[in-house]
Design a protein around this ligand. Structure first.
Ligand code: NDP
Ligand code: 2IT
Length: 381
């Protein structure tokens, strides 16, 4: 019910894809583009991503075509409560454990957790991950996907005796994954020269001011164009065109699926890109992936490169199960070890199957094998 007391109808989904390795696990997306096909491909990817982490989590995904943009705080709360009123009966700490994704962060998870608690009369912390630190969340979960993606690219660069230091880096998006990708890149000496949202992109040759960007995006819920207005002449806002036209050595697509096409890939290759790490789920089209592989660009597919978010969700589940809370350092060290493990598993599998350096093949086979072995052991087929 909106603030004018009108009933609004939205459609919600949860696809429980595979639970051989653990409870179904994967995020919830609130975006007007959401339909069953979106949630199915995300759940399919999630199953193999979660397997690659080596942790006890199955795969699933959910969401709604609800558009949080322009909605009041109370409208968001009422939508989250209605959504959970239906979803609640399908989930549980041992059954299915949702988290955030596009349009769903700590605020939305808080309203959903509150509704679940009200319905079930249980403080079941492990039913959702990505929770706030004061009500069962894990340190590093907010940063985890972005930080993890940067660790993964760092591992790929190391195979060619390279690193982030002094490199020009473009990140698409300006949401949760993009912001913490930029933060970790900057801490390793990389220069973030461009990022975007659905209204356009900004270019700042001297490097984007991350504190100001966080203020605009996280605290004011503003746009990258607002950042450009506040920052002044050093930055250019482009409402049209492609962020991938900006010359850079490293590209980290971190907004949404199919946002980097074959044409974009050709432009990046022409401009000398050496590494691409997918922070988003399937941001590069199949054409783009082929072009990167053909040109020997280091390419980290999302199911490996962005697995740090869900891996830290699994760490959150561990903390909830033991009623414990770990320090930032302990949790980040675990994340870093997990990302190194995923990188090495993909690289070794690619070697084993005669395709050295092909992280796409390595991730697909290594993820699939772990799921298939568990399915066989459980006697499903
Ligand atoms: P957020 O909602 O925090 O941010 C999404 C960003 O991408 C925003 O800048 C948004 O711009 C932009 N964006 C979203 N949809 C579109 C679109 N259709 N066209 C252009 N821009 C778009 O989401 P996250 O950062 O959490 O997620 C980003 C990606 O990372 C997704 O692919 C998600 O599945 C993936 N991912 C997320 C994880 C997590 O833990 N959050 C874990 C692993 C992967 P605008 O504000 O203008 O809409
Ligand atoms: O795509 C993803 O891996 C996520 N949105 C995170 C899922 C999770 O359960 O933490």
């Amino acid at each position: 019910v909106d603030d004018k007391n009108r009933v609004q109808i939205n459609r919600g989904f949860r696809v429980q894809f595979n639970s051989a390795l653990g409870p179904y696990k994967g995020g919830l997306r609130f975006h007007p583009s959401v339909m069953l096909g979106t949630i199915k491909f995300l759940g399919f990817e999630q199953t193999f991503k979660n397997a690659l982490t080596g942790m006890p989590i199955g795969g699933g995904k959910g969401g709604s075509d609800f558009d949080p943009k322009g909605r009041s705080e109370n409208e968001i709360m009422r939508f989250c409560q209605s959504f959970m009123t239906e979803l609640g009966r399908h989930i549980g700490e041992h059954t299915d454990v949702p988290a955030g994704d596009i349009g769903v962060g700590q605020r939305e998870l808080g309203y959903m957790f509150g509704q679940y608690k009200r319905m079930m009369n249980r403080y079941e912390s492990g039913v959702l991950t990505g929770k706030g630190l004061t009500w069962g969340g894990s340190r590093v979960r907010t940063e985890a996907t972005g930080y993890g993606a940067v660790y993964f690219v760092e591992c790929m660069l190391r195979t060619r005796n390279q690193n982030f230091d002094g490199k020009r880096v473009i990140v698409s998006g300006a949401g949760n994954v993009a912001i913490y990708t930029m933060q970790k890149v900057a801490s390793l000496g990389g220069r973030i020269i461009a990022c975007s949202d659905s209204e356009g992109y900004i270019v700042e040759e001297s490097g984007i001011d991350l504190e100001l960007l966080k203020e605009v995006k996280e605290r004011r819920r503003g746009r990258v164009s607002d950042y450009a207005k506040l920052r002044g002449a050093s930055v250019v806002f482009k409402p049209k065109g492609r962020v991938w036209d900006v010359p850079a050595e490293i590209a980290m697509p971190s907004a949404t699926q199919n946002e980097l096409t074959g044409q974009d890939a050709r432009t990046l290759v022409k401009n000398g890109v050496i590494a691409v790490g997918e922070g988003a789920n399937m941001p590069c089209t199949p054409d783009a992936v082929r072009i990167f592989l053909e040109n020997k660009v280091l390419f980290g597919p999302g199911k490996a490169a962005n697995a740090g978010g869900v891996a830290t969700s699994a760490l959150e589940m561990q903390q909830n199960a033991s009623r414990d809370s770990w320090s930032f350092e302990t949790t980040e060290k675990r994340l870093s070890e997990i990302m190194h493990g995923i990188h090495d598993r993909c690289a070794q599998t690619a070697d084993e199957y005669g395709a050295p350096g092909n992280y796409v093949l390595g991730a697909n086979i290594a993820g699939f094998m772990r799921v298939a072995e568990a399915v066989r052991a459980l006697g499903v087929i």
